[in-house]
Design a protein around this ligand. Sequence first.
Ligand code: NAD
Length: 290
Amino acid sequence: MKIGFIGLGNMGAPMAANLAKAGHAVTGFDLAAPCPEGVAPAKSIAEAVQGAEVVITMLPNGAILRAVADEALAAMAPGAVLCDCSTVDVESARAVAAEAATAGMGALDAPVSGGVGGASAGTLTFMVGGSDAAFATVKPLFDVMGQKAVHCGASGAGQAAKICNNMILGVTMIATCEAFALADKLGLDRGKMFDVVSTSSGYSWVMNAYCPATGIGPKSPADNGYKPGFAAELMLKDLRLSQQAATGADADTPMGELAAALYARFVEEEDGKGMDFSAMLPRFEKRSRG
Ligand code: NAD
């Protein structure tokens, strides 16, 4: 397939490289990052999308996506599909899809889970919103870049799934970290705590697969000096998107709101920036109730 790829950062570069490795003709454009091996460099967005059947974007936020989509849609071939894999607000995803429909193109919002490791290994999970036809067109590419693609519904449903999942993840991480800090103060051994909770009703992906306590459970960023992994500032971004969506939809999300406030304090006022989001545990360790 002929593919235009815009946004070749930490995630986009390995995704584009995997498509090229699988034999697709990929042309890439980024304002700053170089093209990975196998991807032909373009000098502009218009040049990157020219004649492409599918255009993939992997960008920092919704405002940038809207600006890039304006330029891309003006130069794309009729009937082509614009597939955004960034994590952005639901409103921007829907606005870009509406603009694409007006221009006679297809559009998908297809945010990912799996991080840079998943992008490199081609094992991402895609959560996808958009039409059946657009999903069918891009599905073979999802199969190269990932191990699973779930068609969640109409435009915006992919972003909705992503921020709901990550709101659960942020809240669960905080709950697990504060429980470990409480257990410490009660004199409970962390290994015993893991043994019990990982096989009891408090178990979760955070406890069982990504344990925030050093030396316990399978290897995680806690065993690597809390280097990300999944950075605390990216968790903050996703929690803020969840609260933006909750405000727009008039949904009551008190735990998500608290989690967003706590990660904001951690990243912006404490030492959380650049740390994995599980570094909430050493943060709680140092604190007392007052
Ligand atoms: P990144 O900052 O490494 O990459 C973004 C790239 O977009 C940069 O190279 C930047 O130069 C480029 N860019 C910005 N504006 C542009 C423009 N107008 N035209 C062309 N290129 C432009 O970010 P990333 O880590 O690759 O993340 C990308 C998206 O994926 C984000 O929305 C992020 O939330 C999401 N995401 C990231 C992870 C992760 O672990 N890094 C995991 C899941 C989802």
